[in-house]
Design a protein around this ligand. Sequence first.
Ligand code: CMP
Length: 140
Amino acid sequence: MPIERTLSIIKPDATRRDLTGKINTRFEEVGLRIAAQRRIHLTLDQAQGFYAVHKDRAFFDDLCKFMISGPVVVQVLEGENAIAKNREIMGATNPANADQGTIRKDFAESIEANSVHGSDSPKTAALEISYFFNELDIVG
Ligand code: CMP
């Protein structure tokens, strides 16, 4: 299994409820090391830039507004098969469809306020990691 890195975001609905520690435990329990982590309050420009791939979707404006409604925790997770493993433990985008025991099933409030984001491919992971972190910030 390849060692990969993936970009994770703990979203405002989760930071508001002080769930960062509980969510981080989920990562560490499955062998995803938190190789970089920063708590920040995104600007609208930063949120729109990060989600630019969704700019034509009906939910784009609301999503960006939600992402600046409170602090987020941006992270680099590192481990074997990190991209797929993180998506597995996050669960489906809509918590109503998420499997039992996943982060979104246990913590998410709605399809928008769904507690976590995780990169969906190696290409996206590289792009998303570089959006927030320099190579020197990442210590695996
Ligand atoms: P995320 O994995 O961060 O990627 C895009 C986000 O858009 C998604 O999680 C949801 O929080 C949000 N979103 C809001 N509405 C929808 C929708 N109808 N379909 C997909 N994503 C949505």
